[in-house]
Design a protein around this ligand. Structure first.
Ligand code: ADP
Ligand code: MG
Ligand code: MG
Length: 211
């Protein structure tokens, strides 16, 4: 199967930035129901900072690329999502290493390292109604698909579908982490904004790798 190139990875980030830009009102609307109505603004600001860095000269190696992305997110986003997504990309890049291409199973390991960074930082688990509800099933699906010998594009498509199911599963549950947890039972009946942006992240990966 074809490896994932750094160009694919840049295309992933640009696609995600464009999606977040397009859907920022929706993300903010979700956050206005159970948070402080800024998730769309936070993600847009962060991903615009990422695109500015890419426009200034996209790094040639995966570790440099994701380090730039993580730093841009951490430094430009004030909300909880900035450090969490920032950590995801920083760990992902460290694990992917100083390479210009990566195969599906190595990329699965890098996604796993990114996910573990989010867990270490946010101390949440699946079922707490956070971005992890979309990220954990996505990474598991990617790993499973890669272990079965699928190429990266197929694995990313499986990851995207799993993240969308995980996002949908946040609607009927009570939030136990982040701002939404202050609402207690009143958080029921709303999608989690961060799980929604994470599903966009994995759908963007599938789109970038299919091209
Ligand atoms: P803030 O809550 O600071 O305004 P955002 O609105 O940008 O930040 O992001 C909110 C999202 O962050 C939530 O919908 C949730 O998915 C995610 N989140 C919050 N706390 C945690 C945590 N401890 N672990 C994982 N994700 C979290
Ligand atoms: Mg918010
Ligand atoms: Mg906020």
């Amino acid at each position: 199967a074809d490896p994932i190139t750094v160009e694919h990875l840049s295309a992933w980030l640009r696609h995600f930035a464009a999606t977040v830009d397009e859907r920022h009102e929706y993300l903010t609307e979700l956050d206005s129901a159970i948070g402080d109505a800024d998730h769309g603004v936070n993600m847009t600001r962060g991903m615009r900072a990422v695109v500015e860095k890419l426009d200034a000269g996209a790094p040639e190696f995966a570790d440099d690329l994701f380090k730039a992305v993580g730093m841009a997110l951490v430094s430009s986003v004030g909300g909880a999502s900035g450090p969490l997504y920032g950590t995801f990309f920083l760990r992902l890049g460290t694990k992917a290493g100083h390479v210009s291409e990566v195969d599906a199973s190595s990329f699965g390991q890098a996604l796993r390292a990114g996910l573990e960074g989010v867990i270490a930082r946010g101390k949440a688990e699946v079922g707490d109604k956070t971005m992890l509800d979309a990220m954990v099933p996505a990474v598991e699906a990617f790993e499973r698909s890669a272990a079965d010998g699928s190429g990266a594009a197929t694995a990313a498509d499986a990851a995207a579908s799993a993240s969308e199911e995980g996002r949908d599963a946040t609607e009927p549950i009570v939030a136990r982490k982040g701002r939404a947890s202050y609402l207690g039972d009143r958080s029921v009946g709303h999608l989690d904004p961060g799980a929604t942006s994470t599903a966009m992240l994995f759908r963007s990966l599938a789109t970038a790798l299919a091209a």
